[in-house]
Design a protein around this ligand. Structure first.
Ligand code: HPA
Ligand SMILES: [Zn+2]
Length: 350
């Protein structure tokens, strides 16, 4: 890595906002802002159990993953038509582009929608159209990762994969999300093996609230390439060594961890410790409409709370490109743009 001089705390937020980055952990349903929930409810003739945007927002008080998920699935119920999914993804991509996200790998939960009678092609076609248009329209590259809901059965996951089969050219990989505790990765070993045969990339949420054992089995049983969250790895020294040696990326989401009480406070977040141990950590927003901020807010708040440095900012952004499923030519170009943005910033700083 080239030499990065210290940057004053006052100017660090500016650097964090201006630096090119990739976002690898964003649930598109978690970017559904209350305003859009109300607009879509009206467009689709649906009655919401909240009188106003403010009343809905005031219901966003969580103390763990499950209490969040209950509200998150309820919010997603206003998504009915292909245009709804397009509008949702377009809104996120426009917002991400303003945060200097050059590339996004977007999670979606088809089972949340197919359970309500929405066809999987309605979901995938709408999201994919927004991603395809964003490349020229917004100058951002975006791909889709289909997530299986782990609180549902292996059989339901296989059915979802079967429904998605004709649309697999529109997704880059599969993931595993929803309620972690009591739903170990092993439950989905066979469906992940099938996805691997299909040439899909594999990721899974593990070690958000769940134990390090779930990270081990995500790696060894599911054979995933990245771990989503993974912050509980610090409780297992052998696992930390393995993650560091194999450069297995963790997609860390600081504001999500704060809002779901994974850490007592943001100041106690272990992102710095993960980086110090040589892990390929990245910073992401998870569910920005629910957790109080998009990717740049995650960067600026966790840096302010824990005292991370400009050098670590560079490392995090570099990791985000390295860990992405984009082609090598794109990765190198983006990493070059990252280096240039730091050089420009430093030149003006001194
Ligand atoms: O943070 C999360 N964890 C698990 N499932 C999820 N679905 C949306 N966000 C999350
Ligand atoms: Zn997540």
């Amino acid at each position: 890595m080239f030499k990065i001089p210290p940057v004053s705390a006052a100017r660090l937020p500016e650097l964090l906002r201006a630096m090119p980055k990739a976002e690898l952990h964003i649930h598109i349903e978690g970017s559904l802002e209350p305003e859009l929930i109300f607009a879509l409810a009206q467009r689709n003739g649906l009655q919401l159990p909240y009188a106003s945007v403010a009343e809905l927002r005031s219901a966003y008080a969580f103390c763990n993953l499950q209490s969040f998920l209950d509200i998150y699935y309820a919010g997603a119920s206003v998504l009915r038509h292909e245009q709804d999914f397009y509008d949702l993804a377009h809104a996120y991509l426009a917002r991400a582009a303003r945060d200097r996200v050059l590339h996004a790998e977007i999670f979606f939960d088809p089972q949340t929608h197919t359970a309500r009678g929405v066809a999987i092609e309605t979901v995938i076609d709408g999201l994919h159209r927004a991603c395809a248009e964003a490349r020229t329209g917004l100058g951002i590259s975006a791909t889709l990762i289909l997530c299986f809901l782990r609180h549902l059965s292996e059989k339901a996951a296989f059915e979802t994969l079967e429904q998605a089969e004709p649309l697999l050219d529109k997704i880059v990989g599969v993931g595993l999300d929803s309620s972690e505790q009591g739903h170990p990765p092993e439950k989905f070993a066979r469906v992940f093996a099938r996805c691997r045969e299909r040439g899909l990339h594999l990721v899974a949420h593990a070690g958000e609230e769940g134990p390090p054992a779930y990270i081990w089995s995500a790696l060894d049983v599911l054979r995933v390439e990245r771990i989503d969250h993974g912050v509980q790895a610090v409780h297992d020294a052998a696992l930390m060594q393995r993650l560091a040696h194999q450069r297995i990326a963790l997609t860390v989401c600081p504001l999500s961890n704060q809002k779901l009480c994974v850490f007592p406070s943001l100041a106690q977040h272990n992102l710095g410790r993960l980086l110090d141990a040589g892990l390929a950590a990245t910073v992401n927003s998870d569910d920005p409409a629910y957790f109080g901020g998009y990717i740049n807010e995650n960067f600026t708040q966790v840096f302010a709370a824990t005292g991370l440095t400009a050098r670590q900012a560079y490392q995090l952004a570099f990791n985000s490109f390295e860990a992405s499923f984009a082609g090598n030519a794109d990765k190198r170009l983006w990493q070059h743009q990252l280096k240039e943005s730091f050089e420009r910033f430093v030149e003006h700083d001194y």
